[in-house]
Design a binder for this molecule. Structure first.
Ligand code: GLU
Length: 418
């Protein structure tokens, strides 16, 4: 399957192979579990505001269809490639299985720079992509959601385009929509809130007092910013944050409410008064209790893994730690890892709630959503920690083993058709 060849896909396969060795999965079953079921790549010609026509490339990868429809985000980023999307789809499969959701994993991406496009251009691109995807998606086939570079507005355009095509309103075609058109309360905050909840559980496990703890957050998008604010509410001091324009650091703590105002005015954390500038690379090396990579994949690498100085590595991003870095971190038992498929699962869990509410046309209160979210995360955390301790394996290997094992078992129960 070298159509998916990409450093991130190789990384997801390496992680999978470690789990498959541990679970002693026979070779034929490995290939069935590992490779995406299907993918679609589309050319998206749209008219820019200048009048010029430009063709963008979009991908959607559906990893496995054994447990229900596929589920996963859509990202807009200049680095999007098919193999990267395939890796992210594979991680979605293990994440959904670990949290017990009735979904296979999927991911989509359009290679574009959303920060350099107008809202009209983004709308045309999103609608054209949705139109091209019509034979490939559906509320019982594949349900998209926001990811890097996309948001509630993107989902609203997708839902409108799909609904216009079928002739009636179909809110369950996407999740992460605005609440006014069938979105769920608490979806926007879900990923960051879940990350902070799990960090709090990890602090309990390690005996770290939140009021004494410091945190560093790489990436200040929806996930990073909500994580930082939620940690601050638990009493943690957030000392450094960053975005693509750079980072800011203040050992005595950043005023996150002032920072929000700065971002509203300047659209970046960079230049925030009362903090020193740091690069994204330097930020990862700042001594702290909690380090939260909440940006792109492959940030903790062979080069910096021996030099990060934290007690908890909370992977809010997908795939932030490379397998080489994992080997190094394996020899650093002082660092407790909350692996990505557990740490950032809050987003897809509340997406699942949104889909269920849309299918039933019956909507829940915020406290129902948050309560059910924490219950699912608590279960996944306890099971992962339990397996990790019982078998003396890393939290990542434990989480992946639970996820992969459940998909393997579902495939066994359903059998091979024909
Ligand atoms: N893009 C998010 C993730 O990586 C959410 C996916 C979803 O809600 O379907 O988990």
């Amino acid at each position: 399957m070298n159509v998916y060849d990409h450093p991130t896909f190789r990384m997801a396969c390496e992680q999978f192979d470690l789990v498959a060795d541990r679970l002693e999965i026979p070779p034929a079953q490995r290939d069935r579990l590992k490779y995406p079921k299907r993918s679609m790549t589309v050319a998206l010609p749209i008219q820019l505001d200048s009048g010029e026509v430009k063709v963008f490339t979009g991908h959607r990868v559906q990893h496995h269809l054994t447990l229900g429809p596929t589920k996963g985000g859509l990202r807009y980023n200049p680095a999007v490639e098919l193999g990267e999307v395939a890796a992210l789809a594979m991680w979605m499969s293990w994440k959904c299985a670990l949290t017990g959701l009735p979904y296979g994993g999927a991911k989509g991406g359009i290679c574009c720079d959303p920060t350099a496009m107008s809202s009209r251009e983004l709308e045309r691109l999103t609608r054209r992509f949705t139109q091209e995807m019509i034979p490939f998606i559906g509320p019982q086939i594949d349900i998209m959601a926001p990811d890097m570079g996309t948001n509630e507005q993107t989902m609203a355009w997708m839902m409108d385009t799909y609904s216009m095509h079928v002739g009636h309103t179909v809110p369950s075609i996407v999740t992460g929509k605005p609440v006014g058109i069938g979105g769920s309360v608490g979806r926007r905050e879900a990923t960051g809130r879940g990350v902070a909840y799990l960090i709090n559980r990890a602090m309990d496990t390690l005996g770290i007092a939140a009021s004494q703890a410091t945190a560093v957050v790489q990436g200040f998008g929806n996930v990073g910013s909500v994580t930082a604010l939620s940690l601050a509410k638990y009493g943690v001091k957030v000392i450094a944050v960053s975005d693509i324009h750079g980072g800011i650091f203040n050992r005595s703590g950043l005023d996150l409410w002032e920072l929000e105002k700065h971002i509203a005015a300047h659209r970046t954390v960079a230049g925030f008064p009362g903090a020193e500038p740091v690069t994204n690379e330097e930020l990862l090396l700042i001594p702290c209790d909690i380090l939260v990579p909440a940006a792109l994949e492959r940030q903790v690498t062979r080069e910096n893994a021996s030099r990060i100085r934290c007690r908890i590595l909370a992977e809010a991003a997908n795939g932030p730690t490379t397998p080489e870095a994992d080997v190094i971190l394996g020899n650093r038992p002082e660092i407790f890892i909350l692996p990505d498929i557990l740490c950032n699962a809050g987003g897809v869990v509340v997406s699942y709630f949104e889909w269920v509410q849309d299918l039933q046309s019956f909507f829940w209160t915020e406290s129902e959503v948050v309560d059910k979210l924490f219950r699912i995360l608590e279960g996944a955390f306890t099971q992962t920690l339990g397996l990790s301790r019982k078998q003396g394996i890393t939290m990542r290997l434990a989480a992946l083993s639970i996820g992969v094992g459940r998909v393997q078992e579902a495939k066994r129960m359903r059998g091979l058709f024909p």
